[in-house]
Write a protein that binds this ligand. Structure first.
Ligand code: AMP
Length: 440
């Protein structure tokens, strides 16, 4: 399906092209045809699904085709209400982007700032007004805004609006809207009170669209953790890079010095790697990145800050040589893989000092990361999670000998994943049991 097939007009197609949108998202594919037929819509979808374009595109198309538009004063024909200032600004920016070749004007109003610039924009005239409820009512009461020309009305993030206590404001706004209008109602959840509110706005028989949220990064990426001593991390990394099948691998180091050390020992093992971090010149960083993108260098070692701008398609493997001490950084790191393809892999090394970081990460992503317990460099005794010491006379203390590859490597037990094949980690909780983070 293409936007052309959805019968989007040329000036909007041109803007979508400029934005790099090649195909409509599912919510756009489902909503745009009925919205172009001027049907009311009840959408169960959240931010991140492309819902803004799903409503902005057909509204802009209607406004553009409206013959009365081109002459006279611009009246507010479209009203979009959304609960927060950030969302309001995002929506307004979307109208600006998609409508840049249509000549349709918009503005945004929200509370917490002086009203002068907002009332000035309104005085000049706009066809699209994006607003948060409080400031909208305030400016309506002061006589700066009339809703009597509104033909298209969008209530966005209705559940959040109710959570924030905006229900009375919304009722007051609805009372001022003309009866003849097209109404769109979006909410991430549809409990009874939201459904009742929606009926007041979109009537009893709207077009219904439900879009499941995208999987979060943490759900898409196959993750595993290796318990390994600090001392053995270089050996484990070398081993994995030589044995894992991967196209390109991004290795994260917590420090710049650490990144250089990793490159050095990999070179010693005949693995071509380059580092990017703040101490490298811009030119050197760019060169390393170009080599990595072209596939000339298979391994790039980066610090978190240097990695921020890296957008490499088909990055198949992320290795956390050090675990980050901030949980969110872990999610950003593993989000580097699994972008273009449906999934990627993220392997993390965890030494004894990093175990609290691992706990924090697992709490944040609400998942237990499967442990690979059959690698040749298992953390030696004192670095493994504490186990009950055998009482005197019972059992033998474990030898402190390092297990050799292929033999003596301790097999895991209990909650640990001792499955040789990482790709079949049956211990991963099902997605049903994992809570999704709501992208707002
Ligand atoms: P939204 O759910 O409206 O907040 O949109 C989420 C993100 O998806 C925004 O960054 C949009 O720019 C982007 N987006 C929306 N529609 C498309 C599309 N058809 N193709 C590519 N990106 C899109």
């Amino acid at each position: 399906m293409t936007f052309e097939e959805l019968e989007i007009i040329e000036p909007i197609l041109k803007a979508l092209n400029a934005e790099g949108y090649s195909t409509p998202t599912p919510i756009q594919e489902k909503s745009i045809p009925s919205l172009l037929k001027r049907k009311n819509l009840l959408g169960c979808a959240q931010t991140g699904t492309g819902k803004t374009a799903a409503f902005a595109i057909p509204i802009l198309q209607h406004l553009y085709n409206d013959k009365n538009l081109k002459s006279g004063f611009r009246e507010i024909k479209t009203l979009v209400i959304t609960p927060t200032r950030e969302l309001a600004i995002q929506i307004q920016e979307s109208f600006t982007k998609y409508g840049k070749y249509t000549g349709i004007k918009n503005t945004v109003i929200f509370g917490g700032v002086k009203q002068g610039a907002q009332t000035e924009a309104l005085r000049r005239g706009v066809e699209v007004l994006v607003a948060t409820p409080g400031r909208l009512l305030d400016l309506m009461n002061q006589g700066f805004i009339s809703l009597k020309h509104v033909e298209y009305f969008v209530l966005d993030e209705a559940d959040r609006m109710l959570d924030m206590g905006f229900i009375h404001d919304i009722r007051k706004v609805i009372a001022k809207l003309p009866n003849k209008r097209q109404s769109l109602f979006f909410s991430a959840t549809m409990p009874l009170d939201i459904l009742q509110l929606s009926q007041k706005i979109v009537g009893g028989n709207p077009e219904k669209v439900t879009i499941q949220p995208e999987q979060t990064t943490a759900e898409k990426v196959e993750q595993s953790v290796y318990f390994v001593s600090k001392r053995n991390k270089p050996k484990l990394l070398t081993h994995l890079l030589k044995t894992e099948e991967y196209e390109s691998s991004l290795v994260f180091s917590r420090t710049k010095h650490g990144a250089d050390k990793i490159v050095k020992f990999l070179k010693g093992a005949q693995i071509i790697a380059e580092a990017i971090h703040g101490n490298k010149s811009q030119g050197a960083r760019q060169r390393a990145l170009t080599n990595f993108k072209s596939g000339e260098t298979k391994v790039l070692v980066a610090t978190d800050i240097a990695a921020r701008g890296i957008d490499v398609k088909d990055l198949s493997l992320v290795i956390n040589y050090d675990l980050p001490n901030e949980e969110e950084t872990y999610v950003h790191r593993i989000g580097r893989t699994g972008r273009a393809s449906a999934s990627g892999s993220a392997l993390s090394f965890c030494d004894v000092e990093e175990r609290p970081y691992l706990r924090g990460i697992q709490k944040l992503i609400n998942q237990r990361i499967p442990v690979i317990d059959d690698h040749p460099f298992i953390a030696d005794n004192e670095e493994r999670p504490a186990k009950k010491k055998p009482t005197q006379g019972q059992g033998h203390p474990r030898p402190k000998k390092k297990p050799r590859y292929g033999q003596g490597a301790k097999q895991g037990s209990g909650e640990r994943n001792n499955n040789n094949n990482r790709r079949k980690d049956s211990n991963r909780p099902s997605s049903k049991n994992r809570s999704r983070s709501r992208a707002r």
